[in-house]
Design a protein around this ligand. Sequence first.
Ligand code: NAD
Length: 441
Amino acid sequence: MKVIILDTVSHTAVDMINAEEDMSVDVKTDLSEKEIIKIIDQYDAIIVRGTKITKNIIEKASKLKLIGRAGVGYDNINIDAATRKGIAVMNTPFGNVNSAAEHTVAMILTLSRNIHKADIFMKHEKKWDKKRFMGIELKGKTLGIIGLGKVGKIVAGICNGLHMNVIACDPFIEADYMRHLNVKKVELNELLKESDFVSLHVHLIESTKNIIDKEQIAMMKDGVRIINAGRGGLINEDALYDAIKSKKVNSAAIDVWINEPFVESRLMDMDEVLATPHIGATTIEAQENVAIDVAHEIIDGLKKGILVNVVNETESQDLFEKTTDGKLASPKLRAGLKNYVIDIDGVLCEDVPNEEQDRMKTAAEIPGAKDRVNKWYEQGHIITFFTSRTDDMKKITEKWLAKHEFKYHYVLFNKPRGGNYHYIDDRSIKATKFDGDFNNI
Ligand SMILES: NC(=O)c1ccc[n+]([C@@H]2O[C@H](COP(=O)([O-])OP(=O)(O)OC[C@H]3O[C@@H](n4cnc5c(N)ncnc54)[C@H](O)[C@@H]3O)[C@@H](O)[C@H]2O)c1
């Protein structure tokens, strides 16, 4: 089985795939669409970061079964074309979340102390002017997080440590769970009114496009600071420009842009704007993590038919019937499935030793957990439980799942961590990605 890597990813991924029997990998970066089209029919799987995988490429990919994106976003891949061809597209939603969160916090701190402005001023004006850069402390200020998912949650944790009041709006995370994270759940309008800093951590979908527009900015406190390390398009850049000009918004930090790679934005002419070129995930650790995760995904997908973090959305159920052999025998298989990857780490087993016991509530206590999971299973989706611990923990988990009559396909450990759809924590099952179906079951 042949894999092609089309962008620079950590060499660990190459080594991991080459180490597998019957698998080999070619690394060919900076190819044009035409060049990719010429060679794509040789490959069973593609790994990408930023290269655009267009409809034209997918149509010519006669053997292709999997596309792995080393990173979270996947807007460079034509998902509809892939789904129509039965090709599963997988992202690596966990590897870079910590880096993205740390970048966000770096931007919050920079805005609070005008570090970006002081840097530009000192270098360009060659002057010493302390008064010009009067900052504010973060302690006691309110941070409003829009989207309390994987990144948002880490940002909340760090900012709690900085003694900020953290509030969040996220229709899919319950107030109880937020309380547990020391975060107050609010509606979007309240968040806008209350926050000294507003930070965006949602995906760019129809309902979140321009979630911060003229009207929302008007509701914010005067002098608010805005941070976007989520996705370009969450903020209307023109509205932000006007609001900074009028001093309604004190400053903004933008890592993600409507036009990427960067073409042009009026925001670049403003000292109040801290601009970074989508480097939220650009750390050695994140690149290594996503390379390992995507290599696991491709190996497990091609060799064992285990798919995690599939992002294709389709209602088709019948594909599942053909996959009970657990192999990706044909490219038509599996892409229509939803993967419910349930992170069970550190939560569920009553059989674990002493000090862990308190923290590990039984999932039987979680309202409706078993019924939900079993219903997903009956509907033909793949159910994978993750426990990122040891072999022992895997056995304990399997025993526990059997005892409580959960239906599932796999228990994995130390594999790509978690998934981007649902997880069980110590309170309930949460939808971690808006895919619309959590409320319909
Ligand atoms: N700058 C970077 O380099 C970088 C790196 C990693 C992630 N990201 C981006 O950060 C964002 C968050 O990533 P994540 O891994 O935390 O995703 P996630 O899926 O874990 O979290 C997204 C959260 O948004 C919530 N949500 C959905 N619709 C909402 C709405 N209308 N209002 C409020 N909340 C809503 C979901 O319930 C979920 O909790 C994504 O856009 C991702 O692409 C950027």
